[in-house]
Write a protein that binds this ligand. Sequence first.
Ligand SMILES: *[C@@H]1O[C@H](CO)[C@@H](O)[C@H](O)[C@H]1NC(C)=O
Ligand SMILES: *[C@@H]1O[C@H](CO)[C@@H](O)[C@H](O)[C@H]1NC(C)=O
Ligand SMILES: *[C@@H]1O[C@H](CO)[C@@H](O)[C@H](O)[C@H]1NC(C)=O
Ligand SMILES: *[C@@H]1O[C@H](CO)[C@@H](O)[C@H](O)[C@H]1NC(C)=O
Ligand SMILES: *[C@@H]1O[C@H](CO)[C@@H](O)[C@H](O)[C@H]1NC(C)=O
Ligand SMILES: *[C@@H]1O[C@H](CO)[C@@H](O)[C@H](O)[C@H]1NC(C)=O
Ligand SMILES: *[C@@H]1O[C@H](CO)[C@@H](O)[C@H](O)[C@H]1NC(C)=O
Ligand SMILES: *[C@@H]1O[C@H](CO)[C@@H](O)[C@H](O)[C@H]1NC(C)=O
Ligand SMILES: *[C@@H]1O[C@H](CO)[C@@H](O)[C@H](O)[C@H]1NC(C)=O
Ligand SMILES: *[C@@H]1O[C@H](CO)[C@@H](O)[C@H](O)[C@H]1NC(C)=O
Ligand SMILES: *[C@@H]1O[C@H](CO)[C@@H](O)[C@H](O)[C@H]1NC(C)=O
Length: 794
Amino acid sequence: MRGFYLPLLAAIGSSGPTFAALAPAATSLSYVISPPVADGGKAWKDAHAQAAELVAEMTLEEKVSVVTGQAGPCAGNSGNVTRLGIPKMCFQDGPAGVRPSLGNTQFPSGVTTAATWDVDLIYARSYAMGKEFYDMGVHVAMAMVTGGPLGRSPYGGRNWEGWYADPYGTGIASWYGVRGMMDSGVQTCSKHFGFYEQETYSIYNASEQLPVSSNVDDKTSHEIYLWAFAEAVRAGTTHIMCAYNCINGTHACANSEANNGLLKGELNFQGAVISDWGGVWGTQGFAMGGLDVNMPGRGYGNVLGPFFDQELYHLVSNRSIPETRLNDMVARALTPAIVTGQLDKPLPSIAINSVGTKNWPVPATYRNVQKKSTIELVRKISTDGTVLLKNTGGLPLKNPQNIAVIGQDAGPNILGLQGCGKLFRDCDIHNNNGTLSLGGGSGYAWPLNLITPLDAIQAAALKARSLVQFVLNNTAASVIAETVTGSALPIGPPDVCLVFADRYMRENMDRNDLSLNIGNWTHSEDIIVQTAATCNNTVVVLHVGGPVIMEAWIDNPNVTAVVAPLFPGEQTGPGLVDILWGRVSPSAKLPFTIAKQESDYPPDTISYDHSVTPQANFTEKLKIDYRWFDTYNITPRFAKSSPYSKEFGFGLTYSTFEYNHIELKDTMRPDEHAIQETKEKFAGQKGDESLYDILVTVTAAVTNTGDWTASEVAQLYVEFPATEDEPPRLLRGFAKLKNMKPGSTVKASFPIRRKDVMIWDVHDQEWRFPEGRNVTFHVGASSRNLLLSLEHTF
Ligand SMILES: *[C@@H]1O[C@H](CO)[C@@H](O)[C@H](O)[C@H]1NC(C)=O
Ligand SMILES: *[C@@H]1O[C@H](CO)[C@@H](O)[C@H](O)[C@H]1NC(C)=O
Ligand SMILES: *[C@@H]1O[C@H](CO)[C@@H](O)[C@H](O)[C@H]1NC(C)=O
Ligand SMILES: *[C@@H]1O[C@H](CO)[C@@H](O)[C@H](O)[C@H]1NC(C)=O
Ligand SMILES: *[C@@H]1O[C@H](CO)[C@@H](O)[C@H](O)[C@H]1NC(C)=O
Ligand SMILES: *[C@@H]1O[C@H](CO)[C@@H](O)[C@H](O)[C@H]1NC(C)=O
Ligand SMILES: *[C@@H]1O[C@H](CO)[C@@H](O)[C@H](O)[C@H]1NC(C)=O
Ligand SMILES: *[C@@H]1O[C@H](CO)[C@@H](O)[C@H](O)[C@H]1NC(C)=O
Ligand SMILES: *[C@@H]1O[C@H](CO)[C@@H](O)[C@H](O)[C@H]1NC(C)=O
Ligand SMILES: *[C@@H]1O[C@H](CO)[C@@H](O)[C@H](O)[C@H]1NC(C)=O
Ligand SMILES: *[C@@H]1O[C@H](CO)[C@@H](O)[C@H](O)[C@H]1NC(C)=O
């Protein structure tokens, strides 16, 4: 969703020939003639039958109203058919909590949650968040981000909304993300499908330029970008949002190969494809191209175009669109409401839009839906999602008596929580006040009670009656100098200088570099460099949503520790203090790779093609993030004098771990988990064998050899034979071994499914084992710290 484009589009105008002028035709004749029709799949047969009965009772107008967004209190509102008990359903953002409203939680970002590598926390966050949506009266939560973006480009403005720069990791997170929300009673919307990896040129500027086209080959599509959507479908996601961008030159929401072929065909998706707000630019080509629900449709006074609605009515009346297609669209929209029980039991009344009310058509409502347990959960995720990147003895803090806190990122926004705009945390680079707990755009959620790092540090320091001095102005160089050298005070230099640095990221704006200074404005890097030059115990805290280049300061021996809580949500202070004061040993690991220099990443991952039809060619293919570094043997952030390599899956702890005894057991077990089953094929498939059957289980013994009770994220990577055109190593398993006592040993267990050891065969259009059916399994502490391995022939 991209609501702040509404004024722009309003200015362009909502009618006239310009909307359709550049709309490319829908392709793939076979899917246009007969798009896959839902039957409810494995889990929703009864619900689908019930939906079909309702459809049979409906008039053409009623059907059209259910699949065309209507005016209403929510970001999206479907049409009600009151005589049949079908309510007007409320669709609302976003992936870090309900928005735009007060009275609910600002959850940690996807990327912080990913850094925990803890599926229990991923599930718990989703469940708690889903409950808040439900309690606010929202039927469909527009969450989770499911590998759109996945993180192809380190510059991507929305990467922090999602999970790992890896399909397997994001697939696991998508599974637990969907399960948690569905269990809470809310419908889900996995997004953005597909190949949505940049903000630049991603919205159709109507008269002048098509959205950027993601041109992705079939193998990369299957092995990278489709993977997490397959997991979301299996987990029973009810909606999938088609993206703004084009795919191979056709709008994603009208792309029949993508929607009818991949999603509804191969993945057997039984729910509704709904458009992103501003992703629809026609009716017939979109309905036949697989779009089921047009949002926001008539919402916002039709500002995003007159599509579906009357035109759909006429096209079905004169048989240009078969009524069976419309019936399928409506059934797909209603089945999820039946599945979640929302048709039987009305939701609480709608209490959203309490932020920026004057811009919305409904009066403000305030309802506090936050639970005490959710505050604890959010704190735990921010603690367990804080990655320790460097530690030469700075952490944990050793009862400091004199603490300096440097940086605007440590404290509150002096303009208040809404100081960055009414509807979004739409700060431009000239408003970067206060700690950055989340990125901006439609993925932002307002905190109920944001506890800043400074608040929490002061509370922690109170116990030892320590001196806490702080400077929250990044350009007050002389005051910073006096504070970090202690020159102005008789007490002398601080025992520790905590420097807070951030880098803002948001929807609608890719980063133009990976620096901590934004232009000549934020000076986040400058304050680290300045502090480290004079304070010999400088501890750096990074609030960033993706990689930043650290070369200017990382090897300075005065930088004794670096932690990255990423974007940790409203318990940012308490979560951080747990790590700084050593109440918890850090256990997070990076969900992306940090490079030494920008040119180490794959080139041109944001297309700035200034043409009418901009193209983004995904030429790096499978080699995103760590796969690129491994293929070309590029060392991630690393210098000879320092042992700190910042690769995918990397993170330090206060303890130490040893890995021993890798073993493999045949544990053939049919897939019992899938809520819905895909129709993905594989070579040699027999009977009801599934791509997701567990073939073998790899185990390794992990021992806590340090002095701390600590958790470890053990990871499994597969290596395919060199004859296959694959990156050196692919993540295919992870296990969070929690709260291990010193000296204790735990068995990390990695169930390996068929798909995990298969490759997409473009020629045969099915998955297959690699040549010789040989796979090497590596187990270790990160993508480059692989301590054990074994070979297996399937
Ligand atoms: C939708 O709900 C409104 C408000 O309850 C009602 O006035 C209207 O008749 C309903 N529309 C349909 C088609 O049921
Ligand atoms: C639309 O895109 C063209 C081509 O990039 C650009 O010149 C123009 O300024 C854009 N218009 C708007 C309204 O953004
Ligand atoms: C896009 O085009 C490439 C190259 O022709 C093809 O391999 C791929 O399958 C296409 N993707 C879709 C969704 O049509
Ligand atoms: C069907 O209706 C649509 C929308 O009103 C119109 O554009 C189209 O020409 C009609 N087609 C036929 C065959 O009448
Ligand atoms: C704080 O926000 C105000 C208002 O947007 C802006 O003028 C000011 O420059 C910001 N200060 C900093 C340090 O970013
Ligand atoms: C921050 O410090 C600089 C340099 O002393 C000063 O110019 C600026 O006004 C200060 N900003 C605020 C918000 O006080
Ligand atoms: C950055 O800002 C400072 C002080 O505002 C100014 O003196 C300097 O010229 C600026 N540098 C650049 C590269 O714009
Ligand atoms: C480290 O800090 C000390 C002051 O304690 C300073 O003299 C020294 O130059 C600093 N080292 C570096 C490499 O900045
Ligand atoms: C850091 O500086 C303080 C104060 O000057 C000094 O007491 C301490 O020994 C220094 N530590 C190191 C590791 O150099
Ligand atoms: C994308 O690939 C096409 C076909 O190879 C090529 O013609 C075009 O120039 C490429 N565009 C960009 C922006 O790289
Ligand atoms: C597969 O692995 C086995 C040992 O497990 C080895 O004997 C065989 O040569 C390997 N085959 C290939 C094609 O690498």
